[in-house]
Design a binder for this molecule. Structure first.
Ligand code: SF4
Ligand code: SF4
Length: 441
């Protein structure tokens, strides 16, 4: 396929990163890439969609990976996958012989292996500079579901209308399912059997990087899990703590042990983020040296410092995130810096996933959530116009219009962004600056 044709198909097909910030996939395509990485690390505890999707759709996903590599002229394609995903590996091994440019790289069971900067280092030995993009090291990274969506949009002309999610935690039947983009979290949780606690909290997006969301929140193209937790779970209580209190606690009990820095996933890679130094400066309002504040730009928000490392239950990640957002809001750009050499201690300071689950109080929820690949029926969807990095999509339907399944309902904006499509056939009942609502007919 021609480069420009693939770009257009992904833009019109509404393909964005299926998880994380949801970077529009067409904008990652680049002819300078020599390596395409398929990310099947799936390192957030309890999440299981990618390994199962790869197991059931390895033929389409590897065909998509080959197509992308061929289109941009990359000489190799690497599938980064954990050894424990045996069924997915078996499915890949059946297909991989068709594609001489492909190889498998086995990943350790550590967190955060799915961070693309870390994945690139593990699979290629290349270090993306602080604040840099993977393409600067000749790499493009797509996760498994994104690659599946790329294949469907480019080869089958099917836009993104559903999202795979794992529903797990305080439910009787943990499950992984595809659901319509725009359906409510409550309707998704209902697919996982009975609730096993009263008045649960929905932790959306994984325990490390996810957020508490209302029950009537909507599935987007980046939603990858709903973790159902009781109100008094430590993760929930920690998430609800006010940052003013976090800062006051840091001022009084941060002992400067530096465990947060020692275990910081980006610091170990030679990036200048230093949570211990930041905590000292922020909690003492010490602005003589601005570097600890400016370097918050280089935090990936992985959460190791806050949810695993700190012996005092402090919140470096949250406070760093607030400073980072504040700098961005004021238009202060990250300093241009190079990484120093990777720390020799990095190998010994990786965070094992099992210990992480135990530390988070999640071991009892660590159960299979088998994939049911049938798309679940919905009566109403509310399709958000902004579901990813970039500008919101622009509605092209009006109230009362009848729309077909997969019909484009909002076009890609000028600049960075993608189109949105009807995730069920029906009548448009609302159109505003934020969403389009469609009711099934
Ligand atoms: S790990 Fe906790 S106590 Fe130790 S330096 Fe970091 S924030 Fe302070
Ligand atoms: S969240 Fe903490 S551990 Fe993770 S990159 Fe940021 S400072 Fe480092």
């Amino acid at each position: 396929m021609k480069f420009e044709e693939l770009q257009q198909k992904l833009k019109d097909g509404g393909v964005v990163g299926a998880g994380g910030a949801g970077f529009p996939s067409y904008a990652k395509l680049n002819k300078n890439a020599d390596t395409i990485l398929l990310n099947c690390a799936e390192c957030e505890p309890l999440l299981q969609p990618h390994r199962q999707l790869l197991r059931s759709h390895a033929d389409e996903i590897l065909a998509g990976l080959h197509m992308v590599a061929e289109t941009v002229g990359a000489k190799q394609a690497i599938i980064g996958i954990k050894k424990s995903y045996e069924h997915a590996i078996a499915a890949v091994e059946k297909e991989i012989g068709k594609y001489p440019e492909m190889k498998i790289h086995y990943l350790q069971e550590v967190y955060p292996m799915g961070d693309e900067v870390i994945l690139i280092y593990e699979c290629t030995g290349r270090v993306v500079r602080p604040g840099g993009l993977p393409i600067e090291q000749g790499c493009i990274v797509y996760n498994v579901e994104t690659m599946y969506n790329i294949y469907r949009a480019a080869v089958e002309d099917k836009p993104v209308t559903f999202k795979y999610l794992t529903i797990i935690g305080e439910v009787s039947k943990p499950i992984t399912v595809p659901v319509s983009v725009g359906c409510s979290f409550k309707s998704v949780v209902d697919l996982a059997g009975e609730l096993t606690c009263e008045d649960p909290v929905y932790f959306v997006g994984g325990p490390m990087m996810g957020r508490i969301q209302p029950h009537d929140g909507r599935v987007t193209k980046t939603t990858n899990a709903i973790l159902v937790l009781p109100q008094d779970h430590p993760l929930v209580m920690k998430k609800r703590r006010k940052s003013k209190i976090d800062l006051a606690r840091a001022a009084s009990i941060c002992c400067q042990c530096e465990t947060c820095t020692d275990l910081c996933s980006r610091h170990a890679l030679g990036h200048p983020i230093d949570p211990a130094r930041f905590m000292r400066s922020a909690s003492n309002a010490d602005f003589q040296d601005l570097n600890p504040f400016l370097n918050t730009n280089f935090c990936s928000q992985c959460g190791i410092c806050e949810l695993y490392a700190c012996p005092q239950d402090l919140a470096p990640r949250t406070l760093i995130g607030e400073y980072k957002a504040g700098l961005r809001a004021k238009g202060i750009k990250p300093p241009v810096v190079e990484a120093v050499p990777v720390k020799p201690s990095r190998e010994f300071r990786k965070v094992p996933e099992d210990r992480l689950k135990a530390r988070l109080g999640l071991s009892k929820y660590d159960l299979p959530a088998p994939l049911d690949d049938e798309l679940q029926p919905e009566e109403t969807v509310r399709i958000l116009l902004r579901q990813h990095i970039g500008a919101p999509a622009v509605p092209i339907v009006k109230v009362g219009d009848h729309v077909e399944y997969r019909q484009m309902v909002a076009k890609a904006p000028d600049g960075l962004g993608v189109a949105m499509h009807a995730s069920l056939p029906g009548v448009v009942t609302d159109v505003n600056d934020t969403f389009i609502r469609i009711r099934k007919e």
